[in-house]
Design a protein around this ligand. Structure first.
Ligand code: G4P
Length: 537
């Protein structure tokens, strides 16, 4: 229930600031075109002025991301960031979702801090694994998703087949808002179904403004003049569409059950502005957020927010880290005193950071939907809530069950204390999870993306002076287990000791080698709850 007493008057300054914010992330499988699309969006927002700058960052060439040798070696960006830009009077926060080898729990968790998402699908490859996984996370909060089908300049699947493929694979209704005219070599452009406008494509021409021709009557001979034989194909397609697809429904989009679809080619900057314009119009602004006690509205006067990501300082000589905080309500001002509820302490945020496309700067003021960075020395954990006075705890910022596991071995046992400390601190940053087998023995690390293991071993060496190596384990799945019936839980523990481990917070986990094995154990042990995610305590 929203506490109305705390709401600001209608039409206030805060209302304007809240309503003009859009905070979103892009979900896609590697190589679908996320970086290219991000770059075009930043170009439209004036946040960068030259193509190639985001690519350069992705290539690891930018100075700020070279803090870790491994990052340089592999030429990737291990850490994700936030990009802020303005477009048509809106302030947009684009949260990066790392997708290549650097796919990790952070990628999932970023999606808990957004209000909507844009899904990029390669029209040749269709729905791929990472998109499927990210979509599952979006579904947890019914995040509204807008779809951009990319690479129309390539010979991909016929458009109706792509929509059916998405609906089948992702269980979401598709509502096309634009329709492609041909595909691959025959790609001539798109027809905007709602504005009734024709957008013509010229290969290899990167344009910031698209000339749209209004063609409200499909019988208009102008269509034949411009498209030749493909004019009739378009007419037939559109006639077919009426019965074959769903009309766009704003409520269904906002509920996360329908995705509006655009077709285009990010590299050619085609269809991107069309999508962005619609995104601004329909994507939700900052949404109310649940806490353990009530729902917090972004319009409330008192400041509140939660931490969804911790990033180690770029400079390994300093152990301080940046906590990424998503503002949920009120106005944030530099120098504010806020309550850190888990510790029950007030802290002064004197140098909050705001993230821009290529830079970071000290921020004086921020609003719901914005992400600010707070420097800390290890006292802040993922999931922590900060607010002005009322004790609050935002929910829905979970740990996600890892899919890769390694046992950690030390080269020198004299270093076991440092190892324990290092692992505990690195686990707090949230990229790896730490497990202690119930049977005893060495620590097990779990991660959503395998690259995190290399990062961890490197950081243990550089930051904690510990030489460790790994033993690969066969586990591929873990589940948090619990049971109200303590006797039943004890029996389960007794029977499954070799597959059980405690996480950093002491919660019991079952580790399985396969989906099949897990299914059998679940069937065998009715009454035991197996969870894929677990909220931070
Ligand atoms: P990602 O962030 O999702 O991993 O994808 P990214 O944007 O890096 O794009 C992956 C590849 O797809 C890149 O080619 C990029 O140029 C290409 N691409 C993106 N959009 C389109 C499009 O609309 N049409 C076509 N044909 N290709 C597209 P690359 O060869 O891997 O990199 P590069 O040499 O172009 O940098």
């Amino acid at each position: 229930m929203i506490n109305n007493a705390n709401l600001l008057s209608e039409g206030g300054f805060q209302k304007t600031e809240v309503e003009r914010r859009r905070t979103f992330g892009i979900i896609s499988h590697p190589d679908a075109g996320k970086t290219t699309l991000t770059e075009k969006l930043l170009l439209f927002g004036g946040a960068i002025n030259m193509a190639g700058q985001v690519k350069a960052r992705k290539g690891g060439r930018q100075a700020t991301s070279d803090w870790m040798a491994i990052e340089q070696e592999r030429g990737i960006s291990v850490t994700s960031s936030v990009m802020k830009f303005d477009y048509r009077g809106c302030e947009i926060n684009l949260l990066d979702t790392p997708g290549h080898q650097d796919f990790s729990e952070d990628t999932y968790r970023v999606l808990t801090a957004v209000d909507s998402a844009v899904m990029v699908i390669d029209c040749v490859k269709g729905v791929e694994t990472q998109t499927r996984k990210l979509m599952e996370v979006c579904r947890m909060r019914n995040t509204p998703i807008l779809t951009f089908i990319n690479k129309l300049d390539r010979e991909g699947m016929p458009p109706l087949d792509i929509l059916a493929h998405i609906e089948e694979n992702l269980q979401i209704e598709c509502a096309p808002l634009s329709w492609p005219i041909g595909i691959g070599k025959r790609f001539k452009g798109t027809y905007n179904l709602y504005r009734k406008e024709l957008n013509l494509f010229t290969p290899g021409q990167e344009r910031l403004t698209n000339e749209m021709l209004t063609v409200s009557d499909l019988a208009d001979p102008l269509l034949d003049e411009l498209l030749g034989r493909q004019a009739d194909e378009l007419r037939e397609d559109l006639a077919l569409l009426e019965g074959a697809t769903n009309p766009f429904d704003l409520d269904d989009y906002l509920k996360g059950s329908q995705t509006p679809v655009f077709f285009g080619s990010a590299i050619n900057n085609f269809g991107v502005r069309e999508m962005l314009d619609t995104f601004i119009d329909i994507a939700p602004g900052p949404l109310p957020r649940p806490t353990t006690t009530r729902i917090v509205s972004p319009m409330e006067e008192a400041f509140s927010g939660f931490v969804f990501k911790i990033q180690a300082n770029m400079n390994p000589a300093h152990r301080d880290r940046i906590a990424f905080l998503r503002i949920c309500s009120g106005r944030f001002q530099r120098g504010m005193r806020v309550r850190h509820h888990r510790l029950g302490k007030d802290i002064l945020i004197s140098n909050p950071i705001i993230f821009m496309a290529q830079d970071r700067a000290i921020v004086e003021e921020a609003w719901p939907g914005d992400i600010i960075g707070i420097l800390n020395h290890g006292t802040i954990k993922i999931g922590d809530t900060f607010s002005e006075k009322e004790p609050l705890k935002f929910t829905g910022i979970p740990n996600f069950a890892p899919e890769h596991f390694r046992r950690v071995h030390l080269k020198s046992h004299l270093k076991s204390k440092q190892l324990q400390k290092g692992l505990a601190q690195l686990a707090e940053e949230g990229a790896v999870q730490l497990f202690r087998p119930v049977r005893g023995g060495e620590f097990i690390l779990g991660a959503v993306g395998a690259l995190q293991f290399d990062v961890t071993v490197e950081r243990l060496k550089v930051e904690y002076g510990v030489d460790a190596h790994y033993e690969t384990l066969d586990y591929t799945i873990s589940r948090w287990v619990s049971c109200e019936d303590k006797k039943r839980l004890a029996a389960f523990e007794k029977a499954n000791r070799s597959n059980l481990a405690l996480d950093a917070e002491g919660n019991l986990n079952y580790l399985a080698v396969s989906e099949w094995k897990l299914k059998r154990v679940i069937e065998e042990w009715s009454g035991i709850v197996f969870l894929k995610t677990r909220d931070h305590q």
